[in-house]
Design a protein around this ligand. Sequence first.
Ligand SMILES: Cc1ncc(C[n+]2csc(CCOP(=O)(O)OP(=O)(O)O)c2C)c(N)n1
Ligand SMILES: [Mg+2]
Length: 803
Amino acid sequence: MSAIKEAKIKFSQAKVKEILADYRLAVESREASLIGRKEVFMGKAKFGIFGDGKELAQIAMAKVFRKGDFRAGYYRDQTFMFAIGELTVQQYFAQLYAHTSVEADPASAGRLMNGHYATRFLDDSGKLKALTELKNSSADISPTAGQMPRLLGLAYASKLFRHNPALKEFPGLSTNGNEIAFGTIGNASTSEGMFFEAINAAGVLQVPMLTSIWDDDYGISVPQEYHTTKGSISRALAGLQRTETEKGFEIMTVKGWDYPGLIEAYLKAEKICREEHVPILFHVQEMTQPQGHSTSGSHERYKSKERLAWEVEHDCIRKMREWIINEVLILPEEVDAIEREAKLSAKQAKERAWRAFMDDVRKDQTLVSKIINRAIEQSKRGASLEPIRDDLNKAINPTRLETMRAAKKAIRLLVDEETEAKGELARWIKNAADDNLDRYSSHMMSLSDESALNVKGVEAIYTETSPIVDGREVLQACFDAALTRDPRILAFGEDVGKIGDVNQGFAGLQAKHGELRVTDTGIRECTIVGQGIGTALRGLKPIAEIQYLDYFIYALPTLSDDLACLYYRTKGGQKAPLIVRTRGHRLEGVWHAGSQIGMLLHSLRGVYIISPRNMTQAAGFYNTMLKSDDPSVIIECLNGYRLKERLPENIGEFTIPIGIPEVLKVGTDVTIVTYGSMCRVVMEAAEALEESGVSCEVIDVQTLLPFDIHHSILESVKKTSRIVFADEDVPGGATSFMMQEVLEKQDAYQHLDSKPLTITAKEHRPAYASDGDYFSKPNPEDVFEKVYNLMVEVNPSKFSPLY
Ligand SMILES: Cc1ncc(C[n+]2csc(CCOP(=O)(O)OP(=O)(O)O)c2C)c(N)n1
Ligand SMILES: [Mg+2]
C-alpha cells in the first residue's frame, strides 16, 4: 500500500488498483498459455494455440466492451474473454483437454479446439436470453477471417435496432442499437477476401463494427512482406479514412505493448463507434508471439535471432512491468508478489480442470475394468480377457475410446456365453453409445419447441374467386404478409430493394415497408450471408438472398463453416434461424441454370434444404421456416416466376410441414422420385407414359433435408416395386443421396424387382445455345425413354423397344 501512496501524484488509488489488477490478469493469462503448452507436450492435450503476446490490447478492449455488445474473433482472445468475465481459467483448460461437458467448457462442450470462444445466447429450452444483459461472444471458427462476415451482420443489427422504431418492442435484443460488434483478426488473415469484403461493406453500411487487428508481423512462418501491401494493413487501407465531407472508417494505430496508449485509444474508438455508428479499423502493431504460433512447431525455425531478441524486448508484459515500476512507482517486490500469486492461481485452475476432466473419463474406465474383472471370473475365456483389462488399467491419461474398445473387444470373446458380467457389459456398451451420441453428435438441428419439425401444416385455402396470378405475385403476397406480421422479418440482397429482386418477388415492398426492411446490398455473397447470420444471432428474422444458385459457391464457405455448424459447435448455445433465398435449376446457360443440390447436401448438414416445385409451395415453406428457429435454404424455380398459380386466400398463414413428400400422380408400375423444376418435366413424361401403358407414381420430395421423415416413399415402392430418382444435378449428385435414403435407410431394396435408376443432368453445366438446356438437362423425352426402357426389360411381350 505504501507504493500506492507514492504513486498518488500521477494516479488515484483506485486507478492504481485497476492497473495492478490488469497486470495480474495479464500475468495469469500468460501463465495459462505457458502451462497450456506444457500440457500438450506432456500428452495431456492434443494441440494448443495461445494468446501470449496479445494480452494488453485485449485487456484494454475489454474496458470498453459493455453489456449487450458482441465479439466475433479468433483464437488469440483468451485474455479478452477472461477480462470480460466470460471465461474462467479453469474453463480455458477444460477446453484444452476437450472436456465434453457444457458446464466445464461452455463455449463448445469439447467440440472445438482450444482457443475457440463463445458465450451461451440460449437458455436450456433453446430460447434466446436477454442479450442486452450479457457480454456476448459469437462462436469462433478456425478458418482465418471466417468471423468477418458474421461480424458485419452483428454490427448491422445495431443499425436496424437504432433506426427501426418497430423493433423497440423487443427490449432484450437491443438498447437503441447502442451495441458495438467487436472483431478481432490476425494481421496475416487480413489478406483473405472475406476481410476485404466485410470491411468495404461496413464502410458502405456505416455500422458500429470495431475491428482490431492483432499484428505480430507473422502468419505462422510467413512474414508481413508476403501478406500486405506496404507491409501495413492500416496504411494499405488508408483510403477508407473518413473526412469532413465523406463517410468512411476511423483508422487508428497503437502499439501492442503500450498499456496507457491502448486504453486511451479504445476509449476514443468506442465513443465514435457507439455514438456515431462509424466503423473503426484498430490496428495494434508490434505484438509478439513468445511461444510461436502453436504447439505444432517452434518459431526458432523461421524467425531470425534479431527478431527473437526484438520480441523479448517488446513483450507487452515486460513493458507493462517496467511502466508500472517506473511510472506508477510500484516497488519491484510488490510486482513480484502479484506475479507469484497470478501464476499460482493459473496453476491451481489448471489442476482443477484436469481433475474434473479425468474424474469424468475415469468413471467409465474404472467401471468397465471392474466388469471385465468379473467376466474373467465367470468366463471360460478369462485368460484372453486379462490382457484387455490390463491394457485398460495401464492407460495413464485414458480416453473414452480406450474404454469403449476394451468393452467391445471383451464382448466379442463372450459372444457365446450368458453370464451376469456379460449382460452388464452389453448394457454399458449400449448406454455409453447413447451418451457418446449426445457428447459428439447431438444438436445438428434445433431441439427447441420452435424446431421446424414442430411447425404443423396449415392447408392453403382457395375460394372460387381466388385470383390466378403469376408465380412471382404469390411470393410477393407472402413476403408482404410476413413483413406486415412481424417487424423482426427483413430481406436483403442484390437488387432486392428498389426493384424488389430480379424476378420481382419483393416488388413494391421496399416502398411499403421501408428501406431497412427490404434492402439492396452490394455484390458480395459471402457477407450477405454474414449479414444474415449476425442479424439472426441477434434475434431478427432475416431472409438473405443469393441471386442465383450458381453464385452460392461464393457464399458457401460462410454457410458451411459458420452457419451450418453453429448450433452443433456450441452444443445448443447459439442459433441463427436464417433463411437463405435463392433460385435455380434451369433457365439459361452455364451460370443461370445451376442445380448443385449435391454440393449443398454435402456441405450444409445443419441447414434445412428446401426445393419447392412452384411459388405456392415456396410461400408455404417460407411461412413454415419463419415460424421456426432452424436455418434453411429455399431454392425457387428459376423458370417458374411467370407461370400461373392460384393465390391462396390465407397466403400469410398457410404452412407446409417439412420432410413430407407429396404424391403428384398416383401410379402402379414405377415410382419416380424428384423435386423442384423437374416435377413439371417428370409429370409431362408421366402423362405420355400413361398413354403408352406405363403407370407412374410421381413423388415430389419437397425438402431434401430433412428427407421423407415418415418413409412414405417406401410405401410407394412396396406397390410399384420399381424406382427412378430424377433431378438436374450431376450424375452421382442428389439422386445418389435420395437413393441411399430410400434403398438403405428405408430398406426399400427388399421390394425392388428392377434395378434402381437415376435420371440426371449431364456432367457439364448446360450450354447456352437455345437448345442447350434440352440437351444438357433431363427433358421429358429422356424421362419417357428411361422409364419406358425399364418396362421393356420387365415385360418385353407388352413393351416393344422404341428403336
Ligand atoms: C482459411 C484458412 N487458411 C489457413 C489456415 C491455417 N492457419 C491457421 S492460423 C494461420 C496464420 C494466421 O496468422 P495471423 O492472421 O497473422 O494470426 P496469428 O496467428 O499470427 O495471430 C494459418 C495460415 C486456416 N486456419 N484457415
Ligand atoms: Mg500474425
